[in-house]
Every structure is written in C-alpha cells, then in structure tokens.
Write a protein that binds this ligand. Structure first.
Ligand code: HEM
Length: 176
C-alpha cells in the first residue's frame, strides 16, 4: 500500500519519514562535530554533512509534492482534543520551515565564505572561520530549534503510544 488511508500512513510517507529522521540525526551529529573540529577533520566531516543535507532537502521537496499531488494525510487520531491536533500540525509545518532554513543558511555560509573548493577539492588550504559569516547564526539557532522540535515531536508520539495507549506509532510503520 503506497498511499495513505484515513487510518494510517502509506509506505511512501512512512519511508520518507524514517529516512529523513535518520538523516537528520546524522546531520545534527556531523554538524556539531564539524563545528568543534580542527580544519583537517572538519573538511572531511563537511564532505559528509553537505551531501546528506542535500538528500534531506530533496526528500523534503519530494515529500511536499507527494502530499500536494498524490496522497492525503490520514485523519487525526480519534478522540484527540482539537488543540493537540493544532499543535501537531504547527510542529509539522515548523519542521519544514526549519529544514529549509538550515539548508539555506548552510548554502549561504559556503557561498559567502567561498569554502566549497577547499571542502570538496584537494587543495588542503585552510578553511575559513564560518562564524565570520552571518548565516552561521541562524544555522546554529536552527539546529537548537530542530532539536527542540524533535524532542517535542517524539515526546508526543510516545505519549500517544504509551500513556493514551492509542497505538499511534503503528500508523507510521509498514503493513496493515
Ligand atoms: C537540514 C539540514 C542541516 C542540518 C540539520 C544541519 C545541522 C548542523 C549543525 C547541528 C551544525 C552545528 C551547529 C552549531 O554548532 O551551532 C552545523 C554546522 C555546519 N553546517 Fe549544517 N546542517 C544542515 C545543512 C547544511 C548545509 C546544506 C550546509 C552547506 C551547504 C551546511 C554547512 C555547515 C557548516 C559549514 C557547518 C560548520 C560551521 C562551523 O564550523 O562553525 N549545513 N550544521
């Protein structure tokens, strides 16, 4: 079942969701490591960080097109208060905004600093100090906001699964 039903997500939405989650964890890990690394290691980490970010961007764009043109979200969980439904919707929108913001600020840092050839070439030249470029500030703040959203989002899913006992996590997995 590739498309979603009224009571659960389809295989395409489930795959995009969990693949994005894994890649975003990898981006947070590699991003903080890059920020704290010395130049030689930093370039290597960024050769991982940047392509993974581009994959997340493409997945997110594909996810938007998928929802817009091809699939419909399942109905909200039965018996959930309207305010919780609204917050959930806002958190999902915030994820899109923060992901696009992180990619734009990341690209901004690389363009303004001219670090692309140093990172992806073999010149071995010193990397710039990214803190000298304005997009570094939203990139750092966006990372913290993303972590807060992830904690809130995962906390809400666990609340549904284990406190309300409504089996919400099953909706975001294969089968059924
Ligand atoms: C969803 C996408 C992205 C996420 C979640 C992400 C995450 C992070 C995080 C958590 C940090 C460390 C922040 C800090 O210590 O305050 C970081 C640093 C960095 N990111 Fe990203 N990033 C993303 C996209 C990108 C893109 C597209 C680029 C470049 C084209 C990029 C380039 C960098 C660079 C150069 C640093 C190191 C800054 C430094 O050394 O101070 N990032 N990223």
């Amino acid at each position: 079942m590739l498309k979603s039903r009224t009571d659960r997500y389809g295989a395409i939405a489930v795959s995009i969701h969990w693949l994005s989650a894994i890649l975003i964890f990898a981006l947070l890990g590699s991003g903080f490591r890059a920020a704290n690394a010395m130049d030689a290691t930093k370039a290597g980490i960024l050769r991982f960080h940047i392509p993974v970010a581009i994959i997340v961007l493409l997945l997110t764009a594909f996810r938007l097109v998928w929802w817009w043109r091809f699939d419909r979200k399942p109905l909200p969980v039965q018996g959930q208060p309207l305010w919780q439904e609204r917050i959930a919707r806002w958190v999902h929108v915030a994820f899109y905004i923060v992901i696009f913001g992180m990619v734009s600020s990341g690209v901004g840092m690389i363009i303004l600093s001219g670090a692309g050839p140093t990172i992806f070439g073999s010149s071995g030249a010193a990397l710039p100090n990214f803190a000298d470029y304005p997009p570094r500030i939203p990139h750092g703040l966006g990372a913290l906001l993303l972590i807060a959203l992830l904690l809130f989002h995962a906390g809400a899913a666990l609340y549904h699964q284990f406190i309300r006992g409504d089996g919400l996590l099953r909706r975001m997995w294969y089968g059924g």
